[in-house]
Design a protein around this ligand. Structure first.
Ligand SMILES: *[C@@H]1O[C@H](CO)[C@@H](O)[C@H](O)[C@H]1NC(C)=O
Ligand SMILES: *[C@@H]1O[C@H](CO)[C@@H](O)[C@H](O)[C@H]1NC(C)=O
Ligand SMILES: *[C@@H]1O[C@H](CO)[C@@H](O)[C@H](O)[C@H]1NC(C)=O
Ligand SMILES: *[C@@H]1O[C@H](CO)[C@@H](O)[C@H](O)[C@H]1NC(C)=O
Ligand SMILES: *[C@@H]1O[C@H](CO)[C@@H](O)[C@H](O)[C@H]1NC(C)=O
Ligand SMILES: *[C@@H]1O[C@H](CO)[C@@H](O)[C@H](O)[C@H]1NC(C)=O
Ligand SMILES: *[C@@H]1O[C@H](CO)[C@@H](O)[C@H](O)[C@H]1NC(C)=O
Length: 729
């Protein structure tokens, strides 16, 4: 051993060999035992893989989250009444009965149908009436919504018994929607009414347009970076490429969408079709072909189950603790002795479950348990996160601070907890903690010289968040994008490069974000990229894809010329750890320049769900692909004279080793995919991590739509593409 050491000291190349003792081609099998050392104690630890482990999780500030919160046998049956928030009533003397009658009448008219201008008007009139009711008698609105839900048969044939009542309960969607009805502008043809009715497909979508006056004001007249700012960036970029060395790249972990399911029951129905829950792998999940009675507690008997849930997880279900523990071990193993320099998490800790089984406690438990466990495997590496749409209760919702009657702070329980938690884990300082409280879970920090990470709460552009429909002509009611812009101005001044974290992507197929906020985000990115913004990271879809941001030339993103020469930055959508939605669990390691923080490459790892069941070792984690190896060859577009990136390729076809995989590369790749359809099929297979349950994009329409999604980073841009090809599952 001394001799080996001596040789190593002399030959530094040998040190590389030692630190790379594990090579990425070798599969990782963390084994079958659960890493109980990541938790202070366990409520339950099975001796056989016939039930899932149940970690006991200590609450920040004292006490424990109760076992019943995540026990497969004790599913909550209704929303906690104490968590309901209604708007404050205004005085009024309207005839409540008449109002309710009129609202229900509007709903009936919508069901009967008609031409589009008629339906749009009926919808707006209905909302205006509902607003009057919300002003005078807010406590009655959740029941009226339940009635409308039944009239419109919102949940269709697969509804749970009373799903309308459970969903529009005042402690679930009923309370927030009543607030929107009270605080929004629903008089006549007001934009809020039109936007709500557009979401329900009764009216045309309002324009994404932001006027020149608005944009000038937004950027305080500074619509473009100064020449000296650009010169400084170009010098830095040139220096990094001239002195490029692969060994100095920093490894950065990116994980997304963990969705731990503490309620997962081994042996329950994984092939569920019907039941008193919309989710599989829970004690009351059922398949209607084999079990036909309503069941709200207890378990479906084994004889009536078509495909029992396995110990390690199923494609139809969120990640059980066994799979989470195993994935964490694999993540640790892959980092080797070097460890990760930084780690990113793009949201969604909590399981998918029926709305009414959510609670503040469930959200805080998921955060405490998973961030605590991640701290255990990451050690001194800091983790920077963004709030997912599942990080709140009611799910998907977050209210702007500007709501009246103190209602603007109804989600403080959430951001305050995360602020304290991230601080206690050593990931944020006092300033970062304060940011999280002030900016809805968002923050701006500089973990390394020259790098800034700005985390956004993407609920404020997510179309499901009903609070975004209040004063919707304002693209930034929450102030989240103002915060981002102010931070970017500061970063630009300091010459920092910025990574932006968010959960819901602003673009891709355009189905998830709202027009105005996603357009404003685009305008901001266009103003600050690439010299300040190096990359954007998203999650949410569980799938692996990307979108290029191009330079905007007007207040309408849909008008931006989306040519490779105008590529500004890239949004990378990292795949999920949860297998739910028929994908294979996965995580990513970027290799990043230590000065420009541009991404040079990444490795994607995955475990195949189909083979979990048959492997005696449990999940086996494989290297799936390297971005540069898979996509770095652009020969087809070069051959067709479609290559337009102004970067001289190595051997005439390969993206140069010393040039990062920046937005210009990804834009050029979309040109290559047009020239070489087989590459798009490769992308499509990787989108699900080669899941046997996923489709592969092979026909002309799908390929064309996908290239268009890759060039779309707002709702309006995504809607210029043919719809329906955004997901492979
Ligand atoms: C739409 O339907 C309404 C009510 O049925 C009718 O009055 C109106 O003329 C129709 N408009 C068009 C453009 O067909
Ligand atoms: C509501 O919208 C209407 C129609 O656009 C407008 O005239 C009115 O001023 C708005 N009211 C408020 C309080 O913003
Ligand atoms: C919308 O955009 C067009 C072209 O960019 C512009 O001329 C027009 O004034 C805008 N309209 C509004 C309402 O901002
Ligand atoms: C469960 O399966 C048994 C045996 O096939 C069947 O007789 C019974 O009706 C099923 N139970 C329900 C509730 O469907
Ligand atoms: C799932 O159930 C359906 C009937 O509802 C059945 O046709 C199918 O074969 C089952 N799949 C599996 C994997 O058991
Ligand atoms: C879930 O996994 C088990 C094996 O662990 C398998 O037998 C079952 O068919 C899977 N369920 C579905 C719906 O594929
Ligand atoms: C990507 O890097 C190349 C080579 O330095 C450069 O020409 C190009 O402008 C860069 N693109 C972006 C968007 O930073």
């Amino acid at each position: 051993m001394p001799r080996a050491l001596l040789v190593c000291v002399i030959a530094w190349a040998c040190m590389l060999t030692v630190s790379n003792a594990w090579s990425k081609g070798t599969p990782v099998t963390p084994g079958t035992s659960f890493p109980t050392n990541l938790f202070s104690s366990m409520y339950y630890m099975p001796s056989q893989p016939t039930a899932e482990p149940r970690p006991a999780v200590a609450r920040l500030g004292g006490g424990w989250f109760p076992d019943a919160l995540n026990n497969p046998m004790t599913l909550p049956s209704h929303a906690p009444a104490s968590e309901a928030v209604l708007p404050a009533p205004l005085h009024g003397t309207q005839q409540v009965k008449t109002l309710i009658h009129d609202v229900l009448n509007s709903a009936h008219q919508l069901v009967r149908g008609g031409n589009s201008s008629f339906l749009c008007n009926v919808c707006r009139t209905g909302l205006s009436t509902l607003q009057t009711l919300a002003h005078t008698s807010p406590e009655l609105v959740p029941d009226v919504l339940t009635g409308v839900c039944r009239t419109l048969n919102l949940f269709g044939a697969t509804a749970l018994s009373d799903q309308c009542a459970l969903t529009f309960d005042r402690a679930m969607y009923g309370g927030p929607i009543t607030q929107v009805m009270s605080y929004g502008n629903f008089s006549g043809e007001a934009p809020d009414a039109t936007l709500v009715c557009a979401a329900a497909t009764f009216c045309e979508r309002p324009s994404e347009n932001l006027s020149e006056a608005f944009l000038n004001d937004w950027f305080h007249g500074s619509r473009a970076p100064s020449q000296s700012t650009l010169d400084r960036w170009h010098a830095k970029q040139a220096h990094a490429q001239a002195h490029f060395s692969e060994s100095s790249l920093l490894p950065v972990l990116h994980i997304s969408d963990l969705h731990v399911d503490g309620r997962y029951m081994v042996g329950s129905e994984s092939n569920c079709t019907f039941g008193e829950t919309r989710y599989c792998c829970h004690s009351i999940s059922a398949n209607s072909a084999l079990y036909s009675k309503p069941i709200t507690h207890g378990t479906v008997p084994r004889a009536n189950i078509s495909a029992p849930a396995g110990y390690w997880g199923n494609y139809t279900c969120d990640a059980p603790w066994s799979l989470i523990g195993n994935a964490l071990e694999a993540i640790r193993h892959v980092s080797g002795e070097r460890g990760y320099e930084l780690a990113l998490f793009t949201g969604d800790l909590t399981l998918h479950d029926d709305l009414f089984r959510y609670s503040h406690d469930l959200i805080q438990y998921s955060a405490q348990a998973l961030f605590g466990a991640l701290k255990g495997i990451l050690g001194r590496t800091p983790l920077f996160s963004t709030l997912g749409n599942h990080e709140t209760s009611p799910e998907n919702f977050y209210a702007p601070h500007s709501l009246p009657d103190g209602r603007g702070h109804q989600f403080d329980w959430d951001s305050d907890y995360l602020a304290r938690l991230w601080r206690s884990l050593g990931w944020l300082d006092a300033h970062g903690e304060q940011d999280v409280r002030t900016h809805y879970g968002g923050f701006s920090v500089s973990p390394r010289s020259g790098l800034r990470i700005i985390s956004m709460n993407s609920d404020f552009w997510y179309f499901v968040n009903v609070f975004n429909y209040i004063h919707s002509t304002n693209p930034d009611m929450s102030g989240m994008l103002r915060f981002l812009t102010d931070e970017l101005f500061e970063a630009e001044k300091r010459g920092e490069r910025v990574w932006i974290l968010g959960h819901v992507a602003t673009g891709w197929d355009g189905s998830q974000s709202l027009e105005k906020p996603s357009n404003l985000f685009y305008q901001i990115v266009s103003r600050f990229a690439p010299h300040t913004i190096a990359a954007i990271f998203f999650g949410h879809t569980h799938q692996d894809h990307f979108s290029v941001f191009y330079r905007a030339e007007s207040g309408r993103s849909a008008d931006a010329p989306r040519h490779t020469s105008g590529a500004a930055t890239i949004a990378l959508n990292a795949p999920s750890v949860t297998p739910e939605s028929n994908v294979n669990p996965s995580f990513r390691v970027y290799y990043v320049d230590p000065h420009t923080y541009d991404i040079y490459d990444w490795d994607q790892y995955y475990a195949d769900v189909d083979t979990f069941a048959t492997s005696v070792h449990g999940p086996v984690w494989h290297h799936l692909y390297s971005a540069r190896d898979t996509y770095g060859d652009l020969h087809a577009s070069v051959h067709d004279h479609q290559y337009s990136a102004h970067v001289a390729l190595e051997h005439g076809t390969r993206w140069p080793q010393n040039v990062p995989l920046n937005a210009t590369f990804w834009a050029a790749l979309t040109d290559e995919m047009e020239a070489r359809p087989a590459l798009l099929s490769t992308f499509s297979r990787l989108q699900s991590r080669q899941s046997s349950r996923a489709n592969v994009c092979t026909d002309q329409d799908c390929r064309k739509a996908n290239v268009c999604y890759m060039r779309s980073a707002t709702a309006a841009q995504g809607r210029t593409c043919r719809a329906g090809f955004g997901s492979v599952v």
